[in-house]
Design a protein around this ligand. Structure first.
Ligand code: FAD
Length: 398
């Protein structure tokens, strides 16, 4: 079968050099990620070091980090293209540099002091360091403005206590940006501060979360802070300004997650159209002859073209400092929902074989679930995305 349908659309949506950039990463994923996925899955390992090093050599941890710090430059558009190229095979592999950049390096690039940027960005761009985005907690997911992890002032330093969870890249992390309560009595959104904490600090404990059935090669950790002493120099951005950093960081992350959802849809589309032409029944006819089969494939193709155009438009808007948080949320909500719905339809077209791990669709089926809850659960995002539509009675909405 011919080239990927994803490439057909991207070639028409982005500049020539961006397409070459995307193709280079897709070739790497075809050669260095795809052939090993089944073995990694069946043996239950996290992404091996060689795979991470390979992505680092390709400069993937430096996408969207300024060249003055050794990054590749570029912006969120390039990061989304990386997510499409690698996520086509594996969300786990794509999210490793994806989260390292969009959730780890970006807050430091955006809100760090000169000293913090000089200290971290070079090593982050090369993949020698990774920073974890420490927002979610066992008792706080969507209600992120009210962390239970707290930092108490003690003389000239701070002491952090509590637990963060669902921390992507924790196994490989050098630092965690901890979002902690610092002003419990302050108004909502002004109660917390972000601290950059080395994971090797006394009192920091990491454990890989067990039993995870999604993003299986991605590290997802639980990190506890048992009276961890930090100085004011470790504050990222302003004191009590932590929530603003976290929510703004998530805007870019949501575009990356929307890209992962569309990467799964693109993989499923290629898989199902190939299968429908090869599988013959009822008088040795390919099942692609059945109009009901064609309908599903066409629906997938329409959704891919529509949402890809929308996503690349918003990625450019993000890079230009435009668009609203609701727009970023809406493309994530819609891409994750439409891709998960159509992936199940695609599996049905492929029949029993779709249940086999080697067929690849069940991996995308599981991984797509994360795109519905990760970087803000869709339903929580819908709550704030509806507000601008009812501006006359905004006070009545939550
Ligand atoms: C694989 C994986 C990786 C992750 N990586 C990270 C990471 O690196 N860093 C990090 O900080 N977090 C990470 N997360 C956490 C993720 O961001 C949270 O799972 C997400 O924010 C939802 O929080 P929750 O799971 O606690 O669900 P809850 O907040 O408990 O919500 C449960 C459900 O309640 C409903 N709901 C909740 N609030 C509202 C509302 N306001 N309006 C309407 N409905 C609502 C929704 O249906 C929602 O799905 C990761 C999660 C996964 C699964």
């Amino acid at each position: 079968m011919g080239s990927r349908r994803l490439d057909f659309y991207l070639e028409r949506l982005i500049a020539e050099e961006q397409f070459s950039f995307y193709r280079g990463i897709a070739d790497f994923a075809d050669a260095e990620i795809a052939p090993h996925l089944l073995e990694w899955e069946r043996s239950g390992v996290l992404l091996p070091r060689e795979a991470i090093d390979g992505m680092a050599r390709l400069g993937l941890f430096g996408i969207a980090i300024d060249e003055e710090y050794g990054g590749q430059g570029g912006g969120l558009t390039e990061l989304v293209l990386m997510g499409l190229a690698i996520g086509y095979h594996s969300h786990s592999a794509a999210i490793t540099p994806g989260a390292a950049v969009s959730l780890g390096a970006k807050p430091i690039a955006g809100w760090g002091s000169d000293a913090q940027r000089r200290e971290h960005l070079g090593d982050l761009a090369s993949g020698r360091r990774m920073v974890v985005f420490g927002l979610s907690e066992p008792g706080r997911g969507s209600d992120a403005a009210n962390p239970q992890v707290a930092a108490e002032r003690s003389g000239d330093h701070w002491v952090i206590r509590g637990e963060k969870c669902w921390s992507t890249n924790a196994a490989w992390a050098s630092h965690v940006v901890v979002h902690a309560l610092t002003a419990p009595a302050a108004p909502n959104g002004k109660r917390s501060t972000c601290f950059i904490v080395p994971v090797r600090s006394p009192g920091v404990h990491y454990e890989e979360m067990s039993g995870k059935t999604v993003w299986r090669q991605s590290s997802t950790g639980s990190i506890t802070f048992d009276g961890v002493k930090v100085s004011s120099a470790q504050i990222l951005g302003e004191l009590h300004g932590g929530f603003k950093i976290m929510v703004n960081t998530l805007n870019g992350g949501r575009l990356f997650i929307a890209g992962l959802a569309l990467a799964s849809l693109a993989f499923a589309l290629d898989k199902v159209r190939r299968y429908a032409q090869e599988r013959r029944q009822f008088g040795d006819q390919p099942i692609a002859r059945f109009q009901r089969v064609q309908d599903v494939v066409l629906e997938m193709d329409i959704a891919l073209e529509r949402n890809l155009s929308w996503l690349m438009h918003l990625a450019r808007e993000f890079d230009a400092g435009k668009a609203t948080r609701e727009q970023f949320a809406k493309v994530k909500i819609d891409s994750s929902r439409v891709a998960s719905h159509l992936l199940v339809e695609a599996m049905e077209i492929c029949g029993g074989v779709a249940c086999l791990d080697e067929f690849g669709l069940s991996r995308h089926h599981n991984d797509l679930f994360v795109t519905r809850v990760g970087e803000g659960s869709n339903r929580a995002l819908m709550t704030f995305s509806a507000r601008p539509l009812f501006d006359d009675c905004a006070d009545l909405l939550q």
